[in-house]
Design a protein around this ligand. Sequence first.
Ligand code: ZN
Length: 236
Amino acid sequence: MNDRENAALVLFSGGQDSATCLAWALERFERVETVGFDYGQRHGVELTVREDFLAALKHSFAPWAAKLGADHRLDARVLKALGATAMTESVAIAMDTNGLPNTFVPGRNLLFFTLAGALAARRGIRHLIGGMCETDFSGYPDCRDDTLKAQQVTLSLGLGERVAIHTPLMWRDKAQTFALAQALGGQALLDLVLEHTHTCYLGERSERHDWGYGCGSCPACLLRAAGWARFVENGA
Ligand code: ZN
């Protein structure tokens, strides 16, 4: 296999899901790079913890550190210029009239994968990895399996070379995502996920729960806490 075939680019936000996907990619590919997007998030905390997670991962997992290549940061703040959402402005999290939560940033994952595909083409990388999931999902249409399969086809055609989009968490719930981290890197990886990833919509990191940091009451914290409880219940 050529180098492109063995190389992956992980869309790594600093959250639990993409951190687990990063470990998944490091188990499977010879060369793994990461990309994070600044889209004017309400809280810069995700972008800070992602660097801590990468450093801790390299420190604790030498075989993975040897495969881990460049970490890219791309500016996607044009998304914020398009309009306010609860992810980019201090507005209360609520349901919109279209039935979607106002944490939905229209076009976000479509843009992220387009940028990641373009970056991967420059870097000689075939595989794109994302933590999107339909199982626990909040109804975001750009996290759907069909959306991402269609985008895989679009990118492959538009870039003129076959691109593969992998979504290892697509059919896993949060408890299974914790279990996957444990299967990939044991207690050491689980500890890194708990300590160094961030999913709270409110950017709260002052309180450490058994499931990690967060406000404990936003939809992302509730999902993570419930997933952890089920994971422990299942005999972690
Ligand atoms: Zn929260």
